[in-house]
Design a binder for this molecule. Structure first.
Ligand SMILES: [Zn+2]
Ligand SMILES: [Zn+2]
Ligand SMILES: [Zn+2]
Ligand SMILES: [Zn+2]
Ligand SMILES: [Zn+2]
Ligand SMILES: [Zn+2]
Length: 428
């Protein structure tokens, strides 16, 4: 699929720490762009595109670029699969490593392209070896690759098998297309069962489909929309590590809430390639339950482990998470604790309402979640205790504990475990 005739020498060739966003600056997958196959050289068919922009660093991180892109392609002929996007100026740019927090958005398409690549080079490969390979390649992902990832791109796989001769004899792909698999569970089923499903699952269970998230719904909350210091919104800088937190970078940006901020100057923020908070840099994170700091380094004796929910940046001690998830069942708690220590995924308590024990539904106002900023406590809007007063209803005798409009489709609260509320100012 080379089209070197379109490349200009002055353009950087490879981009890293990248993400794609639409014209509203919401993260979006590049796979929504039209794909370019080997034979189609015609550039005029891209008129009704989504507006998609690429942002990332080039020249070994020396420069940041921001460009509109109009097509994408992949090349399976090398040792590793290569994915490129075509800028509006008709230059192909190869994608290196994405920005960490953006990985979840392109997870399924990356897994699909790697699967095609593996199948091309191992046309006889069995399903097991394909999944072994994908699990190894994506071992850093919170959820193991599964059939659901490929199902999202059935059309792409079908087209690839037709257009790329090298794929036409790959047994795994042909079987997969013939089976026309569907997602293992519908989103609704998934939401209703997910938490209990993976808490009681066998350790040996190889199929992690149950864990898959409905990624499309999560895009808007990939990055925390309020500052981790002061819980106010505004102009914030996102950590690219695993904590998913955001911060006021400059004293100026956090002025409204008198935020201590990260203390950067505007100039420093401007030239910054990527930001990792100190916790993520040193792999030391606070347990969201007990508040103590612990190592989160999976390669050298981790003490705290991150919740498996892709949009949740909370870490927990295995004991703290297990105790909260099985308050009344000591045996189950101990078992879960062992599993977490052994590296098994878990979803932390904030993903279920503490009153009715059901999950949230962002599309229904009543079933949206009110999430405590300070401890693992969530309520449905309809399950919120009366004592948790909304900001606009608070008077001299009551403290405001709940804020709308700070988090997308969620309510920010300080639950009743806390005597005071830090937020005393209004946020528009
Ligand atoms: Zn702040
Ligand atoms: Zn961080
Ligand atoms: Zn703890
Ligand atoms: Zn969580
Ligand atoms: Zn509830
Ligand atoms: Zn709380």
């Amino acid at each position: 699929m080379a089209s070197s005739d379109e490349e200009a020498d002055t353009m950087p060739e490879s981009v890293s720490t990248y993400h794609f966003a639409n014209d509203k600056d919401e993260p979006i997958s590049f796979s929504l762009l039209p794909i370019r196959w080997r034979e189609s050289k015609n550039l005029d068919d891209e008129k009704k595109n989504h507006m998609i922009f690429l942002k990332g660093s080039v020249d070994n991180g020396l420069r940041t670029i921001y460009k509109q892109v109009i097509a994408w392609k992949f090349d399976l002929s090398n040792k590793t699969p290569q994915i490129s996007v075509l800028t509006k100026e008709k230059c192909w740019m190869e994608l290196g490593k994405p920005r960490k927090s953006y990985e979840i958005i392109i997870r399924t398409v990356l897994i699909t392209v790697h699967c095609l690549h593996f199948a091309r080079w191992n046309p006889e490969a069995s399903g097991k070896s394909v999944w072994d390979y994908l699990s190894k390649t994506f071992s850093l992902y919170e959820h193991r690759p599964s059939q659901n990832d490929l199902v999202d791109h059935l059309d792409l796989i079908g087209e690839a098998v037709q257009k790329e001769n090298s794929l036409a004899k790959c047994k795994f792909l042909l079987n997969f297309l013939e089976e026309k698999p569907r997602k293992k569970m519908s989103d609704e089923d998934f939401k209703a069962t997910t938490m209990s499903a993976f808490i009681v699952d066998d350790v040996e269970d190889d199929n992690f489909e149950d864990l898959e998230e409905d990624e499309s719904n999560d895009e808007d909350e990939l990055f925390d929309s309020v500052c981790a210091f002061c819980d106010n919104g505004g102009n914030i800088l996102c950590c690219e590590g695993s904590c998913l937190r955001s911060f006021h970078a400059t004293a100026e940006s956090g002025e409204e809430s008198a935020c201590e901020s990260l203390g950067f100057t505007n100039r420093e923020v401007e030239v910054m390639q990527s930001f990792f908070c100190k916790n993520c840099k040193f792999k030391q994170h606070q347990c969201f339950a007990c508040g103590k700091l612990g190592s989160s380094d999976k390669f050298s004796g981790a003490e705290v482990f991150r919740c498996a929910n892709a949009t949740c940046g909370h870490f927990y001690h295995p004991h703290c998470a297990a105790t909260l998830l099985h308050r009344e069942d000591k045996v189950a708690a101990e078992e879960l604790q062992k599993k977490i220590v052994a590296g098994e995924s878990f979803a932390c308590p904030i993903h279920k309402c503490c009153i009715c024990k059901l999950v949230e539904d962002k599309k229904k106002s009543d079933l949206q979640f009110a999430v405590c900023r300070r401890c693992p406590t969530s309520y449905h809007k309809k399950c919120l205790p009366k004592e948790i007063v909304f900001e606009n209803e608070a008077d001299d005798d009551t403290i405001a504990r709940a804020w709308q409009n700070l988090l997308p489709n969620r309510i920010l609260i300080y639950c009743l475990h806390w005597n005071s509320s830090k937020r005393s100012h209004k946020v528009s």
